[in-house]
Ligand binder design. Structure first.
Ligand SMILES: Nc1ncnc2c1ncn2[C@@H]1O[C@H](COP(=O)(O)OP(=O)(O)O)[C@@H](O)[C@H]1O
Ligand SMILES: [Mg+2]
Length: 245
């Protein structure tokens, strides 16, 4: 059975989709079979970031409306072995039923080692739908009080569903923290009231690659951070670099 992890955020643009793909790549490189499920209906972009965009015909909305088989809507990454994508429909209000996604994820979880769910931004019922199937939840936030405070609200929803949550600080820059402009790592953890799973540095190339569907394969500080987080998710020790401690 797969370990199911839902990635949440308060406000959009915290880098949730980018971080999921970065971690999924590293888990796949470790030989794990990884499925990334997009639930950000309307704003879905995982197919673009993973480079399968052009080939996508079906999504999980089509599974529920009996337009296709489950396997038709699961796309292998063209660049990374062991990585698969289940895209989101543009809208699924017509087929919405409680726990519809949970039942699907359960059905397919025997085929993967990890299922990573990209939750929608915001606090609506779609967030609950994305959290319900999870064994654990990861909040992705940038290091600023708006992202952290809205992230806290999303974490409360996970806690109300009895899910353990931890924090990834994304797009981290040391200069504004050292100069007192942005919160320290400890302050960020206090604001979201969560333990730290990892820190991903700001990396301009990530944005460029993500928008072009180029995999994050070159060794950068961000890919190294994704690899450390993937190790921790697999239960291995992988300490933070000295500069962030
Ligand atoms: N660590 C990072 N360094 C630099 N840019 C990043 C980083 N993480 C994400 N981005 C960029 O930030 C923007 C929002 O990221 P995205 O993953 O789409 O966020 P979300 O899914 O939370 O809305 C994108 O342009 C993305 O490329
Ligand atoms: Mg996104």
């Amino acid at each position: 059975m797969a370990k199911i992890i839902t990635f949440i955020s308060g406000k959009g643009g915290s880098g949730k989709s980018t971080v999921i793909v970065g971690i999924a790549n590293e888990l796949a490189k470790k030989g794990k079979r990884v499925l990334v499920v997009d639930t950000d209906t309307g704003l879905n972009c995982l197919d673009i970031i993973t480079g399968v965009g052009e080939g996508v015909v079906y999504n999980w909305g089509d599974i529920f409306s009996d337009t296709c088989e489950v396997s038709d809507a699961i796309y292998p990454s063209l660049q990374i072995e062991n990585l698969f994508i289940l895209p989101a429909p543009k809208d699924y209000s017509k087929i919405f039923k409680e726990s519809i996604l949970k039942d699907l994820i359960r059905l397919i979880s025997g085929n993967f080692d990890f299922i990573l769910i990209d939750a929608p931004a915001g606090l609506g019922k779609n967030l609950t739908l994305a959290i319900e199937p999870a064994d654990e939840v990861i909040l992705v936030s940038t290091d600023d009080n708006i992202s952290l405070k809205t992230g806290r609200r999303a974490a409360e929803i996970a806690e109300n569903l009895d899910k353990e949550a931890s924090l990834i600080i994304n797009a981290f820059r040391t200069y504004p923290v050292k100069n007192g402009i942005l919160p320290t790592v400890d302050e960020a953890m206090d604001t979201v009231e969560l333990g730290l799973l990892g820190i991903v540095p700001f990396e301009a190339n990530l944005s460029f690659n993500a928008s072009q569907g180029i995999p994050f394969t070159e060794n950068t500080r961000a890919t190294e951070a994704f690899a450390r987080i993937a190790n921790r998710i697999c239960g291995e020790k992988s300490p933070l670099p000295e500069e962030w401690r």
